[in-house]
Ligand binder design. Structure first.
Ligand code: CO
Length: 204
C-alpha cells in the first residue's frame, strides 16, 4: 500500500477509535447529539486545512455551525453562505457570528498579485476590492509580509461589515440584541487568535 492509501485508510480507523473514546467518556454522547442541535456560534472561516474551526477553539460537536470558503468571504450573492447564515441566525438562533481569517492565507495573498489562477480568480476579485478600499493604508506598508498580514486583517473586518449589511442580520436585529458579530484572525505560525472587531446591535 502506498502512503496515500495508508493515510486514507487511517482516517476510517481514526473514526472508529474516536467513537470508542467518546462513548467511553460519555455513553450518551451520540444519542444526545442525535436529538438536535442548538449551537451558540456560527463560524465563517477559510477553507485552509490549517484552520479547523472546532479544534482551534476547543469546541465540541454541536457547539459550532460552520461555513468555510476560500478566504472567509461574506459575498452577498453567495447562496451557500446566505443559506448557512439564515439557518444559523433565523432558525438556530446563534448568539455569535465569528468571521475568522488567518495569516498566510493563500486567497488573500493571491489577491495581492496579478497572476491568474483559473476559476478561483472570480472569487479572488472580491478580495481585490478590499485591497482597493484600503489602498492608501496597504500601499503605505513597505514590508510585503507586514502588508499581507494587514490585508488579511482588513479583509476580515470588511467581511464583518458585509455581514452587518445582510438582510438576515438586519431582520434579526429588529427584534433582538443578538447575534453579535466578531472578526478574528488566526496565526497559523503559533495557533493564537486575535480579536479584531466586534459589532453589536445598538438598536435594541
Ligand atoms: Co485562507
Amino acid at each position: 500500500m502506498n502512503d496515500m492509501q495508508t493515510f486514507y485508510n487511517q482516517l476510517l480507523e481514526n473514526n472508529k477509535k474516536w467513537v470508542a473514546k467518546k462513548i467511553d467518556e460519555n455513553p450518551d454522547f451520540f444519542s444526545k447529539l442525535a436529538t438536535g442541535q442548538k449551537p451558540p456560534v456560527l463560524w465563517i472561516g477559510c477553507a485552509d486545512s490549517r484552520v479547523p474551526a472546532n479544534e482551534i477553539i476547543g469546541a465540541m460537536p454541536g457547539e459550532v455551525f460552520v461555513h468555510r470558503n476560500v478566504a472567509n468571504m461574506v459575498i452577498h450573492t453567495d447562496m451557500n453562505m446566505l443559506s448557512c447564515l439564515d439557518y444559523a441566525v433565523s432558525i438556530l438562533g446563534v448568539q455569535h457570528v465569528i468571521v475568522c481569517g488567518h495569516y498566510n492565507c493563500g486567497g488573500v495573498m493571491a489577491a495581492m498579485t496579478d497572476k491568474q489562477f483559473g476559476l478561483v480568480d472570480n472569487w479572488i476579485d472580491h478580495i481585490k476590492d478590499v485591497y482597493r478600499f484600503n489602498k492608501i493604508e496597504l500601499d503605505g506598508i513597505s514590508d510585503l509580509e507586514a502588508r499581507a498580514r494587514r490585508f488579511v486583517e482588513l479583509n476580515v473586518i470588511e467581511q464583518v461589515r458585509d455581514l452587518q449589511k445582510t438582510a438576515v442580520v438586519k431582520a434579526a436585529w429588529r427584534n433582538a440584541k443578538t447575534p453579535s458579530l466578531h472578526g478574528w484572525v488566526y496565526d497559523v505560525a503559533n495557533g493564537l487568535i486575535k480579536e479584531l472587531i466586534t459589532v453589536e446591535n445598538t438598536n435594541v
